[in-house]
Design a protein around this ligand. Structure first.
Ligand SMILES: CC(=O)N[C@H]1[C@@H](OP(=O)(O)OP(=O)(O)OC[C@H]2O[C@@H](n3ccc(=O)[nH]c3=O)[C@H](O)[C@@H]2O)O[C@H](CO)[C@@H](O)[C@@H]1O[C@H](C)C(=O)N[C@@H](C)C(=O)N[C@H](CCC(=O)O)C(=O)O
Ligand SMILES: Nc1ncnc2c1ncn2[C@@H]1O[C@H](COP(=O)(O)OP(=O)(O)OP(=O)(O)O)[C@@H](O)[C@H]1O
Length: 488
């Protein structure tokens, strides 16, 4: 695209790439000087030029301008980058049915359900914490909601690969840092709002304000899907310009689940919608997943998919990796790997464990809390866990450059009257939990889900993954199957 097509009075230079990171080599690019939290793109203009930039878009004065480089001063670099990324990639979100999912917990699960079911009607991509995937492309994610340029270029690639829809997770960081400002969302979904990310947002009010932005962005032709059982529902309704549709279990809602029956392999419920009753069977388990399912059903039906056909897909959903993933190697007790890493997430998983574990059997939990992230939730984790568990094994969970033992001590401060031990190595902690378990007990391995890395002092280090660790340990200790030591 010519620079003159992007800016009035700009020369007719051909622009091949857009960039906001001076460290990355580019060819004939525009470099956007974005001011960040730790540094300022304006300080890296020379490096950006050396790495291939032909045009610099800036808001602050630039000294020592070079000949042959076009400098364009704008009021707001981030807004300009959002506008141009959309244009450069030919408005990809306008060519897709775009679902945006936000809220504290459940984003990945809902987005994955939508991708899975919508794909059975027409090609649908996914962008979120677990991966970026479309067609036969699967890319590892770096962020839940990537940067502006990655979002638009990826959406374009999805269009080029024949996708007709995309399910995107939209984090509060993504909203606050303006990563999705020019994405055209058709259907936005709110899961719930509980304590999280206050290290970044400062207050719960700020956190909610960030979430609200997504609902303000959808125009009258779109639809906002809200959780009628969440306290924030009413306040969100007030900011929506688009049609509002609700889902829930306790309160009156457009899509309501009644007569819920939860098992260890399947759940069943009656879906009440517009005076009709539909019997639903699903391979998702736990009450919070009924909420996730209702949100996904409402979103897809309100976006034009036939309700009965959507419901027909729900008993064969793909397992969302590391989200209440049942580890079944034939052992005589329950083992689940889950990504719970907020107080509410933990509480919901423990409630489910309580429901499926006979009163005289034990609930054993293995978890830690991330280093260099919100410290306040550590003690709360301890108190929530001690309410439900018979044994707590504290371990590392992305300690970064904090001492994992210190983190464990902060969790321990919240534990009341529940046996607990600290085993730093996560694999050994899982082994201990599995060796300790007896018939019909429930072992919960929480916090890292399907992740196969741990952030330690020197950055991201490979890790076997809780699911693989649990399977390997069960096979070795209960079934006597050795696996070449690959698991260690
Ligand atoms: C708090 C946060 O989100 N920070 C993001 C932010 O970083 P920042 O503001 O510190 O950026 P910066 O380092 O100051 O750089 C400013 C600008 O200078 C540029 N720069 C910088 C250095 C240089 O040498 N050259 C250069 O050009 C940078 O490319 C950038 O354009 O902008 C960066 C570029 O897009 C992001 O990589 C970075 O995400 C960091 C890595 C991160 O960990 N973010 C997490 C907390 C996050 O976003 N998480 C959410 C939620 C997840 C959840 O729900 O759990 C997510 O969506 O993933
Ligand atoms: N609707 C829900 N309500 C409460 N907790 C939930 C809900 N859905 C999922 N969880 C819990 O949150 C964990 C993470 O789920 P999921 O990955 O779907 O959420 P998320 O919002 O995408 O989180 P993140 O952005 O941090 O990845 C699950 O493993 C489960 O413990």
């Amino acid at each position: 695209m010519k620079l003159s097509e992007m800016f009035d009075h700009a020369p007719e230079i051909e622009i091949e790439e857009l960039s906001f990171d001076s460290r990355i080599k580019t060819k004939n690019s525009i470099f956007f000087c974005v001011s960040g939290i730790n540094s300022d793109g304006h300080d890296f203009v020379d490096q950006a030029i050396d790495n291939g930039a032909l045009c610099i878009v800036h808001s602050k004065p630039i000294e020592n301008k070079r000949k042959c480089i076009v400098y364009i001063k704008v009021e707001n670099v981030l807004a300009t980058m959002n506008r141009l990324a959309n244009k450069f990639y030919d408005y990809p979100s306008r060519k897709l049915q775009v679902y945006g999912v936000t809220g504290t917990n459940g984003k990945s699960t809902i987005a994955k359900i939508i991708r899975d079911v919508h794909s059975r009607f027409e090609p649908c991509g996914y962008m979120g914490t677990i991966s970026i995937s479309y067609g036969d492309v699967t890319l590892p994610p770096s962020l839940t909601t990537p940067d502006v340029l990655t979002i638009h270029s990826t959406l374009k690639d999805m269009v080029d690969h024949g996708m007709k829809a995309v399910a995107m997770e939209v984090s509060s960081h993504g909203l606050e840092l303006g990563r999705v400002n020019t994405v055209d969302f058709n259907t936005v979904i709110f899961t719930n709002l509980t304590y999280d990310h206050l290290d970044f947002h400062g207050t719960f009010e700020n956190y909610f304000e960030a979430k609200k932005k997504l609902f303000k962005m959808v125009n009258k032709n779109g639809v906002c899907i809200l959780n009628a059982d969440d306290e924030c529902c009413r306040a969100l309704m007030e900011v929506c310009n688009a049609r509002v549709v609700t889902y829930g279990v306790q309160n009156d809602a457009d899509y309501r689940a009644d007569d819920i029956r939860l098992g260890t392999q399947h759940s069943r419920f009656k879906l009440l919608h517009q005076g009709r009753e539909y019997e639903v069977k699903t391979n998702l388990i736990a009450l919070y997943n009924i909420y996730n399912l209702l949100a996904a059903i409402a979103a897809m039906h309100e976006s034009g998919l036939e309700l009965e056909k959507v419901l027909d897909c729900l008993d064969t959903l793909d397992q969302v990796d590391g989200r209440l993933e049942r580890i079944d190697e034939g052992q005589p007790f329950n083992v689940f790997v889950d990504f719970a890493h907020t107080p509410d997430g933990l509480q919901k998983v423990f409630e489910y464990a309580k429901l499926i574990t006979q009163p005289q059997r034990k609930i054993i939990a293995v978890f830690g809390s991330a280093g260099k992230r919100d410290r306040h939730k550590r003690k709360v984790f301890g108190s929530v866990a001690s309410e439900f568990c018979d044994m707590i094994i504290l371990t590392e969970d992305d300690p970064r450059d904090e001492d994992p033992r210190e983190i464990a001590n902060e969790i321990k401060a919240g534990i009341v009257d529940t046996n607990n031990i600290y085993i730093e190595n996560r694999y050994d902690a899982i082994r201990q939990a599995i060796e300790m378990a007896n018939v019909d007990d429930t072992v919960l391995i929480l916090g890292k889900g399907d992740e196969t890395f741990i952030y330690r002092e020197n950055g991201r280090e490979p890790y076997i993954g809780d699911h693989r660790a649990a399977r390997a340990i069960i096979r070795r200790y209960y079934l006597g199957i050795e696996e070449d030591g690959k698991d260690e």
